[in-house]
Write a new protein. Structure first.
Length: 303
């Protein structure tokens, strides 16, 4: 592997969580990596050269940008929607949310895929001050094995935690701080177990991701950027509003077309007496679940 590591690389992995197994695929080209999870329903692009991550939801044709380095002064104005201009005046100071990321090398080593893998445990504890707008108390642990591969990204993606600064509906804004403890070198993950813990310290969720195959492939640079025609959103929840509104408009239009199609002999009552007829014909269409929302439901177990 070391002799071909400079080439574009395709990695197949298997993720197991909640008793279910998913096939994931990652593509690596230079300073960028594309990871497709849940059979392509969610895509993460790491652009280390631009120091940012891009989360993409293909079903809704939307994406979010997570910069690694976001100036604190811009946190109230760096919104991508038209409401950003009004947010700074309504923002009030909240508390402090602190994330402490600790990486520890256990000293254990073993051979994996022809490489010497290191055993490293990463823990992220998030806690908020009593006056925080969004009270938080959580813990995440990643127990993994990592290799030194030339195709692995040298990307300080841990800084992406700093870009997560949600603002409550009341306009209250917390200050987010990240502390790094330990300088253990990770590398490319070939096996990782991620465990989430709730406020009471009990395990709430876990998943295992393991590499099953490495291969070479010449990769198109467009794989590592935002696809054409996609729109940027602040969060994926807001991705439903526009598609849902459009879909409702489209389904309501056909409801008026059956009236003239049913009979030309009663054009006058069509607007009054015939009104229930389009309503009943449109009912089956309204029962159909929004495919975007249906796709998101499948993602909830992972996070």
């Amino acid at each position: 592997m070391s002799g071909i590591a400079s080439a574009d690389t395709k990695v197949k992995s298997r993720q197991t969580s909640g008793g279910q197994t998913y096939e994931n695929t990652s593509y690596i080209k230079g300073k960028r990596q594309r990871s497709e999870s849940n059979n392509g329903q969610m895509v993460m692009i790491q652009q280390c050269d631009l120091r940012r991550n891009i989360q993409i939801m293909p079903q809704a044709k939307v994406y979010m940008i997570q910069p690694y380095d976001e100036p604190s002064a811009a946190t109230g104005t760096s919104s991508t929607t038209g409401t950003a201009a009004t947010q700074p005046t309504a923002t009030r100071k909240g508390g402090v949310v602190t994330s402490t990321v600790t990486t520890k090398d256990t000293g254990e080593r073993k051979q994996m895929f022809g490489y010497t893998a290191r055993h490293i445990i990463t823990t992220m504890v998030t806690d908020s001050s009593p006056d925080a707008c969004s009270p938080m108390k959580s813990k995440m642990q990643i127990d993994g094995w990592y290799i030194d591969a030339a195709f692995a990204l040298e990307c300080d993606s841990s800084q992406a935690y700093k870009s997560y600064r949600p603002q409550s509906a009341s306009g209250c804004q917390d200050r987010y701080e990240t502390k790094q403890v330990g300088l253990a070198k990770k590398g490319f993950p070939v096996w990782e177990k991620t465990t989430m813990f709730g406020p009471d310290g009990a395990e709430s969720f876990s998943s295992i991701n393991e590499v099953v195959e490495f291969s070479q492939a010449t990769l198109d640079p467009s794989l590592f950027d935002v696809p054409a025609g996609y729109r940027e959103v602040k969060d994926f929840a807001s991705a439903f509003s526009a598609p849902a509104a459009t879909e409702n408009t489209e389904t309501s239009e056909p409801a008026t077309t059956p009236a003239p199609a049913s009979n030309a002999t009663t054009p006058a009552p069509a607007s009054n007496a015939t009104t229930p007829t389009p309503a009943t014909t449109a009912t089956p269409e309204k029962k159909q679940e929004n495919p975007v929302k249906k796709g998101l439901k499948s993602l909830k177990p992972k996070w």
